[in-house]
Design a protein around this ligand. Sequence first.
Ligand code: SF4
Length: 371
Amino acid sequence: MFPYCKLKEKDILNYLPCVSAGQVEASLRKQQPAFSDFLNFLSPAAAGMLDRMREFSAKVKLRHFGKTVRLYAPLYISSYCINNCVYCAFKASHSATTRKRLSMEEIIEEAKVIKSYGMDSILIVSGEDPKAVSVDFLVDMTRELRKMFSYISIEIFPMDSASYRRLFEAGVHGLTMYQETYEYELYKKLHPSGPKSDYHKRLEFVAGGAEAGFYNIGIGALLGLSDWRTEMVSLAAHGLWLRKHYWKSKINFSFPRITAIPGGYTPPSSVNDAELEQIMLAFRLFFHESDIFISTREPHEFRKKMAMCCATHVSAGSQVVPGGYCKAEERKSLLGQFTVTDQSSPEVVRDDLQSCGLETVYKDWDVCIGA
Ligand code: SF4
């Protein structure tokens, strides 16, 4: 469990099966749900009330975000990694011949393709590759990308607050870092070597990002590693803890499900569509103002459905291989971090969301004061 969560796993496992449909209904009707209401939304009783949850969730989303949904795309800059996360295609023990890191020129070329889709928000993703992807390199890259994009966020290796601050001052405004699992013993097993093997340090790095000033902090747990209900209670407790201590940052959520990787990894606790929907609705119903992301790991129709009632950020046209936007065919043999399920083009994603009555936006952000 998240270390600062007051509830223990056995409390949650005892409580959830006892929640009734009546309690879920009462929680749905609250203007400001409490943590106990969030637990009710995660309960087995709520699993039978997804239509009702969707209805309330859609109202919450409409109240806080209107009909908007923001489109973005990830740009992978390196698939080298010194960590060995058991579930990830980029792990150090996989063959090095199928990896790639981009030069500055190649990054700019990739960015131009993403920009040509109309995107104005970009997520920079990298394995932990500190020799090639140094802080200096990232600062220079950010300065270049800021000429093209109004919003840049990163999902890369952790660094100290001073380095984060340098990136923030160069123009990075969002940080995403998943704890993957909040179960300490499981975390140790899944992250056998490399800097990421330190569970507590990883939690501290997220807080360090908020301390450095990032406006948006994205957290998540990888679904499929462990019992999803207790993981989601930990994730919510982590979000509340960050919000309490770093109230200047907005805390946002992603719910990545494990997909197939080369060499195979079978998730011990796979999460089905209905369970993922329940999770996302529960977070929307409890964290009214947080952004909720849904990536191309998920099927197209499911993403559309969740954008209508819950998700605020949808990726489109994603390539999960460094260099994949410019040279998709050539890079097919390289390792991708995960399997892209929704391979629709950015235009198809945009048109389909619009046909559901949603307003697709590429920019909802600008810096007018400060960095
Ligand atoms: S999850 Fe991240 S840190 Fe772990 S092996 Fe993959 S890229 Fe590296």
